[in-house]
Design a binder for this molecule. Structure first.
Ligand SMILES: *Cc1c(COP(=O)(O)O)cnc(C)c1O
Length: 378
């Protein structure tokens, strides 16, 4: 077995993707909202219980739609973690909004719900919880705060497909939710995403925004006799080639998730002794959360240890990666966002967290990864 290079990620194919793409071509419909897109919408709605699911060309695009639906105006504030991907913030900044960053929890690395209320001002419009690693934020507390302050909740469930919080699928709990089908996520189409609408106030307008600001979807359903420009919008829908690829993945979503969970559990069990010896911390999954094994990460004692570990693993041909330069510390975030208080856990996590390879097929190399990690840290 050649362990010269174990990639950090390797996109999984079920085997039916190309067949469905051929079918899409045979159907003679390659633009958006054909048969495969409708299959994906129906699957998402059935699996999440959301009122409406709409495929987008990316999760970033779905968040842009959410920011328009939330009617974010210049100066409006949106509360979110700093420890996240840039796309959590940028769609709101594009509307003139101001991201207000709060710290994360030490256990799940998710937004610390106890810090949200203090960051609310008269300009606050929305909260964007990010379900890091597919493990849910404390949604009951977040929904409660939002209700009391009349805020919208937009779940960044980019990493959270097939995960639940108290039995509810992530993305279906807030007013709006988003998924990513980027090749680094669990269920993929290369680039791709979806918007979940859980509040009927947004259903009709979401379709319009996604179709360049026109009422084209209503026209195709025969609800209006011509379609025209009625609102702002853009082209957020993917073509059928993407949807056909995605459909093959959705058909195997349960299998993909269970295989990932098995890999995750192997890492978790094998690394227990290193945690007991205080060489690292393992991820924590609260009992009300069922996760999707999106990611396996460890948290090392300090930045130096992490830098050395990445280098030594790399020399052994094993690619591990750290996560997130905090947005409040990034050049653009400093200028256009606002950190609420100091964010010590964000800073520490950004310095110390290390992600291990997790993809279908890595099982064959998992012992090599573990052996090398023990050599680094024991
Ligand atoms: C991947 C990711 C996104 C962006 O997804 P794209 O589909 O690449 O646009 C947004 N937020 C989080 C937390 C992500 O992990």
């Amino acid at each position: 077995m050649n362990v010269n290079s174990i990639p950090f990620n390797k996109p999984y194919m079920t085997g039916r993707e190309l067949w469905y793409i051929t079918q899409a071509h045979t159907n003679g419909h390659l633009a958006g909202d054909g048969i495969f897109t409708k299959k994906c919408h129906a699957w998402l709605e059935a699996r999440t219980g959301s009122l409406k699911a709409l495929l987008t060309h990316s999760c970033t695009g779905a968040l842009e739609m959410a920011a328009i639906l939330a009617d974010i105006q210049p100066g409006d504030e949106v509360i979110m973690p700093s420890y996240t991907f840039v796309s959590t913030a940028n769609p709101f900044v594009l509307r003139g909004g101001v991201p207000v960053f709060v710290d994360i929890r030490l256990d799940t690395r998710n937004i610390d719900e106890t810090k949200i209320e203090a960051a609310i001002t008269p300009r606050t419009r929305a909260v964007v919880p990010v379900h890091y690693a597919g493990v849910a934020c404390e949604m009951d507390a977040i929904m409660n705060i939002a209700a009391r302050h009349n805020l919208l909740v937009i779940e960044d469930a980019a990493q959270g497909i097939m995960s639940t919080y108290k039995g509810k699928p992530l993305g279906s709990i807030g007013h709006l939710g988003v998924y990513s089908f980027h090749e680094t996520k669990n269920i993929i189409s290369g680039e791709g995403g979806a918007l979940l609408i859980n509040d009927e106030r947004f259903s009709e307008r979401a379709e319009i925004i996604r179709e360049k600001g026109t009422n084209r979807s209503q026209f195709f359903r025969g609800q209006v006799d011509k379609y025209t420009w009625v609102d702002i919008g853009s082209s957020y829908l993917p073509g059928e080639v993407i949807a056909a690829f995605l459909w093959a993945q959705m058909e195997e979503a349960d299998l993909i998730t269970s295989k990932r969970l098995a890999i995750w559990s192997s890492y978790h069990q094998a690394l227990a002794p290193l945690e007991t010896a205080e060489k690292l911390r393992r991820p924590v999954v609260p009992k009300e959360c069922k996760h999707n094994a999106h990611m396996y990460y460890i948290v090392l004692p300090n930045l130096e240890t992490r830098t050395q570990t990445i280098a030594q693993m790399k020399r052994a041909g094993i690619n591990t990666v750290f996560h997130y330069v905090p947005l409040h510390d990034a050049p653009y975030g400093k200028k256009h966002g606002r950190a609420h208080d100091d964010l010590p856990i964000t800073r520490m996590t950004s310095d110390c967290l290390l992600r291990l390879p997790l993809w279908l097929g890595v099982e064959a190399y998992q012992q090599n990864v573990l052996d090398e990690l023990f050599r680094c840290l024991w």
